[in-house]
Design a protein around this ligand. Structure first.
Ligand code: FES
Ligand code: FES
Length: 164
């Protein structure tokens, strides 16, 4: 099938890729751009392992074609950390044992990032509801929720310190 050149803005960089109209965004990210943080789980929009941010919204990247993301701002888990430090959510998942096998983790963290952007002071219920579209086979979710709540607290502390 004929391939079309499109521009994807990923993690602050504009990248040109050649895609077939049927190519899913998750495959373009992983196979062409070598961003293997987003994982392929179900490919049917159930598990959330492929979650990325597109124009400030959480999107399961197996649910849209790469051509549909042309021109949008895409952030994958690789784009959350700064060059010299992990994102607070990443550190928090490590400290609070928010992962076991890690397969769901990039999607969980990317989704949690958006959740905290929209609600910087979530309750436990808010976190559980906000992560309801991301499945984990290992952890029982308890430590994932704990990690997100701890990250929210740390981010708020950092914000207050920056404003002082
Ligand atoms: S791989 Fe996209 S939701 Fe499961
Ligand atoms: S840590 Fe294994 S699926 Fe979540």
């Amino acid at each position: 099938m004929k391939k079309t050149p499109i521009e994807l803005n990923v993690n602050g960089q504009t990248r040109t890729v050649l895609v077939e109209p049927r190519e899913l965004l998750i495959h373009t990210l992983r196979e062409q751009l070598e961003l293997t943080g987003p994982h392929v789980g179900c490919e049917t929009s159930h598990c959330g392992a492929c979650t990325v941010e597109i124009d400030g919204r959480s999107v399961k990247s197996c649910t849209l074609f790469a051509v549909q993301a042309a021109g949008a701002e895409i952030t994958t888990v690789e784009g959350l950390a700064s060059p010299d430090a992990l994102h607070v959510l990443q550190t928090s998942f490590r400290e609070h044992h928010g992962l076991q096998c890690g397969y769901c983790t990039p999607g969980m963290i990317t989704r949690a990032h958006r959740l905290l952007q929209e609600n910087p002071n979530p309750t436990e219920e808010d976190v559980r509801f906000g992560l309801a579209g991301n499945l984990c086979r290992c952890t029982g979710y308890q430590n994932i929720v704990k990690s997100v709540l701890a990250a929210a607290e740390e981010l708020n502390t950092q914000k207050e310190a920056a404003q002082a």
